[in-house]
Structure formats: C-alpha cells, structure tokens
Design a protein around this ligand. Structure first.
Ligand code: BDR
Ligand code: CA
Length: 319
C-alpha cells in the first residue's frame, strides 16, 4: 500500500521538484498539500502549489494555506535570490483555476491525521510552523502520525544561511525545536545529505523527455545560476526531493540517532545541535529527549537515478 503523506511546502524550485517526484511515485500517496512562508510569502506558496498540481493533472488534491509568519519572530523576507520573484525561477504557470481548502493548514493536518491514525507521514520541506501549530492544536497527533520526515537542519556540516543555520530551521527555530522534541518519530534530511546530491546541467537536460522533466529543466536555470554565483558550484544541491527519495527507499541513506535541540536566539539561532554522544556527567537540555533519526550519509548516484527514473517515466493522468 502506498504511504500516505501530507506535503508541507513553500514552493520554491526544489519544492516543485519534490512534489512532482512524489506525484510520479507509486509508493507515495499525497493526501494533501499545506503551504507556508519561506521561499515566498504564503499566499504565493499557495498559488504555486495549486498551479503545480494543475500542471501535473492532480488538482483533485487539496491545498490548505498555512502560517504567514513564524511562531515568535517576524518573517524576514522571501528567498527571491534563490528561487526568483515568483518562487519558480521566473517560469510562469497559468493562474490556478482551483481554490484552496477552507481550513487553515494546521487544522487540515489535524483532521487528516485523526482520520487516518497511524497512516500519515508528515513531510515538511519548509519552515516547521504549520507542524508546530498542528501539535499545539491537537497534541494527540503525536501518537497518531506514522512519523515526520523533514528537510531541514545541518547536524555535521555548516548551515546555508550562515555557519550555524539551515534556511528552513532558521526561519522558525521555535517551531523546529517543538517538532524535534515532541516525541514522535522524526527523520531529518539535512544539509549533511542534501548537499551531497548534486544535479548539473547535463542531468537536467536528461529529464527533458517528459512534460514534468521539461518544466523541471526550465525552473532549474535560475537555481543553477544561484548555485554558480553563491556556492561556486556548477550544479544544484538536492534539498527537498531528498525527503521523497527517503520515503521511497530509506536504504539510500545511513541514519544515526540522537536528540536534537534547536538554538532559538543569539548568533547560532537556527542551529540544529545534535547530541551524538549521549553520555554526560550532568543532565542537560538534551537529556531524556527523543532520539531523532539523522541522515548522515547518502548513496548519491542512486538518488539521482531514482529521481531521473520517476520524472522521465512520469505516471500521471494524461493532459
Ligand atoms: C531549504 O530552503 C529552501 O530554499 C529550499 O526549498 C529547501 O527547503 C534548503 O535549505
Ligand atoms: Ca522548501
């Protein structure tokens, strides 16, 4: 049976790639998409999510709009330098004909999880605000989800906003700390593994044989340019699609366990500080906290092959 997921997202170029990857994979059933601020403002994230689903012929799937700002901090600004003004590398999609679900994202998440106890994995690939709000709304979802598999953080490498913080965690560190310590099974696909999988121009060119692949090639132009300019890299990191790769085939990753706390203030705000040791003279803020599954290594060629296979062989409704 396909794994049910709620895809929580701020589309976003790599968010779009991840959504298409999920939709094209029979192992995954997307039961809904929830949107959040981050790469773009929430309203644009919702518009993009609806437009991407329409493009993929899946406007039957509900989209619920979520938080417009972090729990306790102001929303700094959208990542237009990374994803473009429209969030999709300035590639235009027709205005969506469908409308969002009337419920806020947190309510949508609670309703779905309570309706399908033990069946849903939450798959957030943006700031964790909606997930934290859902937790506050209905704490029993901790026992009712099948797990949380998220893109965010950096356990063994530097961040990508500054040396401490990865973007999704940096946007809402308070929400992230709640999610990591809630007591449900969390798996983290952080920069440790997402930066190790790189898609270059030749790789994107190889996707162009399908409709989804042609779109991904188009949006990758802006993303490649950002990686060239800022990282000096002739390829893109593979952030959000990593969550989908893990859900399809966890053997692609090496997972190690230990509690994570998130630094919520100061120069290291947004740091995902992982207790990899577990033995301390005195109790500390990590003591007794649930172990998080941290992906520390990845079989990059296999992830690239899987993404290629799914995008090129798209199994979607005919257009
Ligand atoms: C994360 O930040 C966003 O720019 C991407 O969509 C991804 O979710 C990577 O740090
Ligand atoms: Ca994202």
């Amino acid at each position: 049976m396909a794994q049910k997921i709620i895809f929580d997202t701020d589309p976003g170029i790599d968010d779009a790639m991840a959504l298409f990857f999920a939709l094209a994979s029979p192992e995954i059933e997307v039961v809904g998409v929830t949107t959040v601020f981050g790469n773009v403002h929430t309203e644009l994230a919702t518009r993009n999510a609806l437009a991407l689903l329409e493009f993929a012929g899946r406007s039957d799937l509900p989209v619920a709009q979520g938080a417009v700002r972090p729990l306790h901090l102001p929303f700094e600004e959208p990542a237009t330098l990374v994803h473009g003004q429209n969030g999709l590398g300035e590639v235009a999609l027709p205005a969506p004909k469908t409308s969002p679900d009337p419920r806020p994202a947190a309510q949508f998440i609670v309703d779905a999880v309570m309706r399908f106890p033990g069946e849903i994995i939450l798959a957030p690939v943006g700031p964790l605000t909606n997930i934290a709000l859902a937790l506050m709304l209905e704490p029993r979802i901790v026992e009712r989800v099948a797990g949380v598999v998220l893109m965010g953080g950096a356990a063994t490498v530097n961040g990508n906003v500054n040396p401490a913080a990865e973007a999704n965690i940096w946007h809402d560190p308070h929400a992230a700390d709640l999610v990591f310590t809630a007591g449900w099974p969390v798996t983290m696909l952080g920069l440790d593994v997402t930066m190790a999988v790189q898609m270059d121009d030749a790789y994107f060119a190889g996707l162009r044989t399908s409709r989804l692949g042609e779109f991904i090639h188009a949006i990758s132009r802006f993303y490649l340019e950002f990686h060239r300019q800022v990282h000096g890299l002739d390829a893109c990191h593979t952030h959000d699609p990593s969550v989908i790769a893990y859900l399809i085939d966890p053997t692609l990753y090496t997972v190690e366990y230990g509690p994570i706390r998130v630094v919520t203030e100061g120069i290291a705000m947004g740091l995902t500080l992982w207790d990899r040791c577990g033995k301390w003279l005195r109790p500390n803020a990590w003591t007794g906290r649930p172990a998080v599954g941290v992906c520390t290594r990845v079989d990059a060629p296999r992830v690239l092959a899987l993404f290629h296979e799914r995008i090129v062989g798209e199994r979607l409704p005919a257009q």
